[in-house]
Design a binder for this molecule. Structure first.
Ligand SMILES: [Zn+2]
Ligand SMILES: [Zn+2]
Length: 122
């Protein structure tokens, strides 16, 4: 799994292995070393897989809460939803993931959240 973030020193896009994110990396432009941003430090940073790491889920739930994100739904979240679907180039990032119950997530499927929300029956 890769971790894509923008370099805290020069803002350029960098890709590293997720498992190496706690190691020191060298900025190619400034030649200085830094520790890559974590999911809690850079919400737009993303992994290259549909499934998110637990560390990212914890940040999403901490920021957005434990309840299903669909208004009126009283359930606790059971999964995270890619608000912009993975199939439509939505990222697996803190920015694009929202807590959701299983039935709403199944109903939404691969549809964009805004469009699904407008047309859903319940
Ligand atoms: Zn850099
Ligand atoms: Zn729900």
């Amino acid at each position: 799994m890769k971790w894509m973030y923008s370099c805290p020193l020069c803002q350029k896009r960098r890709t590293i292995e997720w498992k190496d994110r706690k190691d020191s990396h060298k900025c190619h432009n400034t030649k200085n070393s830094y520790i890559p941003p974590s999911p809690s430090e850079q919400h737009s940073a993303y992994v290259d897989t549909h499934k998110w790491p637990k560390e990212m889920e914890d940040v999403v739930v901490k920021i957005k809460g434990k309840a299903c994100t669909v208004p009126g739904c009283k359930k606790d979240f059971e999964t995270l939803d890619h608000r912009v679907p993975w199939s439509m180039s939505g990222n697996t990032s803190v920015d694009n993931l929202f807590p959701m119950c299983e039935s709403h997530n199944l109903s939404k499927g691969d549809t964009d959240y805004q469009i699904w929300f407008m047309f859903k029956d319940d």
